[in-house]
Design a protein around this ligand. Structure first.
Ligand code: FAD
Length: 421
C-alpha cells in the first residue's frame, strides 16, 4: 500500500523561502511538513555556495534592518554558533550583506526548523499534485522506496522553480516575457590563498585579461567578486563562472555543470599565475550545484514592478520589505547592472504577489513570486525570501484554519511573529 502522510500545511522546497514558510506556518499553529530533495535545508546557500544573505538590511547609512521574524531566528542561531558577524559592506559595490559558512548554516537551519515543531523531510522530491475544484488535495513525492502521498489543507511552493504551481495547473511564466533568463553561476571555493592576499575586483579583472591574452581556455567574465569566507576560514569564494542554462531541464543543466567546471579550473590557473598570494591556490569545491537565478515565476494577483521597487513604494497589503538594489545578470560574461532603490530605502511586497492564480490553496514564496524582470532582480535575494516565505506560510496556515486568509489577518499574525512590516 502506498505511504500517505497528512498535515495542515505542506511546504515544497527548503531554501530560505521554504524555511521561512514552514516556521511561519508552524508558529501559526499548523502541523507543517517541509520537503526538500537535498540532504539539507538552505537551498542556494548550502547547495550552490551562495554564502551571503542579502536583503536583511537597507543600503543606507546606517543600514536599517528590514527582515525580522523567522529571518531573525536564523540570524540568532547563526550568532549562537559564533558565525553571525553582523551586516557588512562589500568592497566593490558597497552593498550590505551577511556572510555565511555552509556547515554552520545547515545546522542553524536544522535548529530553526525543528525548534518550531516543523516536520522535516529531506531526500524527497515532489513530482505531482492531485487537484479538484481548483484546489490541491495532495502532492506526490518520490524517494528510493517509491512514491508516496502528502495530504494537506494548504500548500506553499518554495521550490525556486515553481514546480508545485506548475504541477497543480497554476499559471506560471518562464523567465521574462520573452523567456530570457538571468544567467546562472557556478561558485568556486579556493584554498591555499595567502592570509594577506587581497583580490580587488580590478586585480581580478587584470588577471583574467592576462589569462585570456596568454591563451588560458575557458575564461569568460572579467569583472566578478572574490570574497574571503567568514570565521577565520582562509578560503575564498569566486563568483565568476557564468552559464546560460535552462534550470528545468536535466540535459541543459548537465552541459552547464560540465562547462562551469571547465571554467573553474581555468580561473584557478589564471589566479595562480597572476594574482599575488594565489601562487599555491587549489580548488576546494565547485557548486555543489550550479546556482540557478531564474526559471519559472508564478502569475499572482499582482505583478510587483521595477517602478514599485525603485520608487520604494508602500502597499496596503504589505507582508514583507525588500531593500536589495536591482541587480541584473543579463548574460554570461557580461557585468552585472545595478539600479538603486530611492533614498537607499525599502519597498513593500504585497500578499497579492504570493497568491498563485487558479489554485485556491497555494501560495508562492522566494524567487518565484509574481515580479516583472526588474523587481525580480531585487526581490529574489535570500533575506527577502525568508520574509516572503514567512508570509506565505502564515497565509497558508490561516487559510487551512479559517478557510480564507485576508491580508489584515496575515499582517497581524506576522506582526505577532515579530516580522518587520
Ligand atoms: C549564483 C547566484 C548568486 C546569488 N547571490 C546571492 C547573494 O549573494 N545573496 C542572496 O541573498 N541571494 C543571492 N542569490 C539569489 C538567491 O540565492 C535565490 O534567489 C534564493 O536562494 C531564493 O530562495 P528560494 O528559497 O526561493 O529558492 P532556493 O534557494 O533555490 O531553494 C529552493 C529549494 O527547493 C528545493 N526543491 C526544488 N524543487 C523541489 C521539488 N520538486 N521537490 C523537493 N524539493 C525541491 C531545492 O532543492 C532547494 O533546496 C544568488 C543566486 C545565484 C544563483
Amino acid at each position: 500500500m502506498q505511504r500517505k502522510l497528512t498535515f495542515d500545511v505542506a511546504v515544497v522546497g527548503g531554501g530560505a523561502a521554504g524555511v521561512g514558510a514552514a516556521v511561519g506556518a508552524a508558529q501559526t499553529g499548523a502541523r507543517t511538513i517541509l520537503i526538500d530533495r537535498n540532504p539539507y535545508f538552505g537551498g542556494a546557500a548550502t547547495h550552490s555556495s551562495v554564502l551571503t544573505y542579502c536583503g536583511f538590511f537597507t543600503q543606507g547609512e546606517p543600514p536599517e534592518q528590514i527582515v525580522g521574524g523567522v529571518g531573525q531566528n536564523v540570524l540568532n542561531h547563526l550568532a549562537r554558533l559564533g558565525m553571525y558577524e553582523g551586516p557588512r559592506r562589500t568592497a566593490r559595490t558597497g552593498t550590505v550583506i551577511v556572510l555565511l559558512d555552509p556547515e554552520v548554516t545547515k545546522l542553524a537551519l536544522d535548529r530553526c526548523v525543528t525548534e518550531a515543531g516543523v516536520e522535516p523531510l529531506l531526500h524527497a522530491q515532489v513530482i505531482g499534485a492531485e487537484t479538484s475544484g481548483g484546489r490541491i488535495s495532495a502532492i506526490q513525492c518520490v524517494d528510493h522506496a517509491g512514491m508516496f502521498t502528502i495530504e494537506a489543507s494548504a500548500f506553499v511552493d518554495a521550490s525556486g522553480e515553481g514546480d508545485l504551481a506548475s504541477l497543480s495547473g497554476g499559471e506560471v511564466i518562464f523567465g521574462n516575457a520573452e523567456g530570457h533568463l538571468q544567467s546562472a553561476t557556478l561558485m568556486i571555493r579556493i584554498g591555499g590563498v595567502a592570509a594577506d592576499a587581497h583580490a580587488h575586483p580590478l586585480q581580478v579583472e587584470q588577471a583574467v585579461l592576462k589569462g585570456k591574452a596568454d591563451g588560458i581556455e575557458g575564461l569568460t567574465k572579467e569583472l566578478g567578486t572574490i570574497v574571503r569566507m567568514p570565521g577565520g576560514n582562509q578560503d575564498v569564494l569566486a563568483i565568476l563562472c557564468d552559464e546560460e542554462v535552462n534550470g528545468l531541464e536535466a540535459g541543459s543543466m548537465t552541459k552547464a555543470e560540465l562547462s562551469g567546471r571547465r571554467q573553474a579550473w581555468a580561473y584557478l590557473e589564471a589566479f595562480k599565475r597572476y594574482l599575488p598570494g594565489f601562487e599555491s591556490a587549489y580548488l576546494v569545491q565547485t557548486g555543489p550545484q550550479i546556482g540557478i537565478r531564474e526559471t519559472r515565476h508564478i502569475v499572482g494577483e499582482y505583478t510587483l514592478t521595477g517602478d514599485d521597487v525603485l520608487q520604494a513604494r508602500r502597499q496596503a497589503d504589505a507582508i514583507a520589505r525588500g531593500g536589495w538594489p536591482v541587480e541584473l545578470h543579463p548574460e554570461p560574461g557580461k557585468p552585472n547592472v545595478w539600479h538603486e532603490i530611492k533614498d537607499k530605502s525599502f519597498y513593500d511586497i504585497p500578499l497579492r504577489s504570493l497568491k498563485v492564480k487558479g489554485v485556491g490553496n497555494l501560495w508562492a514564496a522566494g524567487r518565484i513570486i509574481d515580479c516583472d524582470p526588474l523587481a525580480f532582480a531585487s526581490a529574489r535575494v535570500m533575506g527577502t525570501a525568508f520574509a516572503t516565505g514567512q508570509a506565505a506560510g502564515v497565509a497558508a496556515a490561516l487559510h487551512g484554519q479559517q478557510g480564507a486568509s485576508d491580508y489584515q489577518s496575515v499582517r497581524s499574525e506576522l506582526l505577532r511573529q515579530e516580522a518587520i512590516l
